[in-house]
Design a binder for this molecule. Structure first.
Ligand SMILES: Nc1nc2c(ncn2[C@@H]2O[C@H](COP(=O)(O)OP(=O)(O)OP(=O)(O)O)[C@@H](O)[C@H]2O)c(=O)[nH]1
Ligand SMILES: [Mg+2]
Ligand SMILES: [Zn+2]
Length: 358
């Protein structure tokens, strides 16, 4: 029963799953008998929460969350309000950050909420791909989350430094760590992000060592891991659902299934931040609608010619910008169709109610 816990005990249990003092003020918006808890695992229709609310550790996602837009549905990392009497989900606290993508099926998919730091994980092998890193960075910076680049399998590479140099060429303010995810002594550079109240998300392809990092950082094997395929260094999609884990340093870390692709949606500002150097150069182009594809007086092309900007980076910028715009428009059209449909359903229902009443 709620009465068995003192307020301090409850507070300590919340802090253990990443509670921050600034969340406290949101509690005033809810009836006093409701208790906050964090979503640590998401299944199709239900959520696993921690700490438990009077022994309740799973709650059902009620139908009302499915009639709203996807973004209103609780996801991993969300703080939810639970009724200890009935064990039901009564609300979701306002998020401090949200990571989302467009799924391969073309739908907005939530990846995690209330994340402070994202470890973008890539290996010092064939997995390494600058354009993919720029893609992840766009999503993370859009969400105003601190990105940290983690280059795994540095122990297996002869030339880990060349990978480090390439990443450093993207942005000079990006923390980068080359590690052996199996060796805790190489992970000390990550400790600064792992303290109490901190929530970390891991993003990266299958097989890069996300779960291995979780295990080594947690100091025990909480997640299954599996060797990658020998022929093409690809992972085997070992992790199949998202889950939050407590770190000994006090923070929490979210393990996710490896992503085949991270399609951008609603990330125009994120793309702009990743390519801030290009956007700054563009201000000096002669035409303010310059497409940087050959107009006279183009400062972007001039920078490429001077060897100050990589052609690859400009291509990557164009690609992500186009994709972001296309996906944003597609999602907006889809939303409009859904709204139109639910309007039709409502008016149909209203008509049939009226007929019944007559
Ligand atoms: N030598 C070495 N092996 C690593 C390192 N990181 C991961 N591995 C190995 O790589 C394989 C894949 O690691 P996982 O942790 O399962 O990869 P994952 O990113 O969780 O993959 P998914 O769950 O499929 O997304 C395992 O055999 C790990 O032991 C590293 O830094 N060095
Ligand atoms: Mg895994
Ligand atoms: Zn230009």
């Amino acid at each position: 029963m709620a009465q068995d816990h003192t307020a301090e005990e409850l507070q300590a249990r919340l802090v253990a799953v990443g509670w921050k003092p600034l969340l406290q003020q949101q509690l005033a918006d809810f009836p006093e008998h409701l208790q906050p808890a964090r979503v640590v695992v998401v299944q199709r229709t239900g959520l696993t929460i921690a700490p438990t609310v009077d022994g309740v550790d799973e709650v059902v996602i009620g139908g009302r969350y499915f009639v709203q837009e996807v973004e209103a549905r609780p996801t991993v990392g969300d703080w939810v309000m639970v009724d200890p009497e009935t064990g039901t989900l009564e609300g979701v606290l306002e998020r401090t950050s949200l990571i989302k993508r467009l799924s391969p099926a073309g739908e907005v998919q939530l990846i995690a909420a209330n994340i402070d730091t994202a470890f973008i994980v890539t290996s010092c092998n064939d997995d390494f791909n600058l354009a993919r890193i720029e893609r992840y960075l766009s999503v993370i910076l859009e969400a105003q989350i601190q990105p940290v680049l983690v280059l795994t399998k540095a122990d297996l590479a002869d030339d880990a430094d060349t990978y480090l140099d390439q990443v450093r060429s993207l942005r000079n303010d990006l923390p980068v760590e080359a590690v052996n995810a199996l060796d805790v002594t190489t992970l000390s550079g990550l400790a600064g992000w792992c303290g109490p109240g901190q929530s970390i998300a891991l993003l990266g392809s299958s097989g890069v060592g996300k779960s291995t990092l979780v295990n080594t950082l947690c100091g025990e094997a909480v997640q299954a891991t599996r060797a990658i395929r020998e022929d093409d260094a690809k992972g085997r999609h070992t992790t199949t659902h998202r889950s939050l884990h407590r770190l000994p340093q006090g923070g929490v870390i979210l393990d996710s299934p490896g992503m085949r692709e991270l399609q951008l949606t609603d990330a125009a500002q994120g793309v702009g931040s990743v390519f801030a150097d290009i956007e700054e150069l563009a201000l000096q182009c002669r035409f303010n609608d310059c497409s940087h594809t050959g107009e006279p007086g183009c400062a972007v092309r001039a920078a490429i010619e001077r060897g100050e900007l990589d052609e690859r980076r400009l291509e990557s910028y164009f690609k992500l910008q186009r994709e972001e715009q296309y996906n944003r428009e597609t999602v907006a059209e889809r939303h409009a169709r859904v709204r139109q449909f639910s309007k039709q359903v409502k008016s149909h229902l209203a008509r049939s109610h009226k007929q019944r009443d007559n």
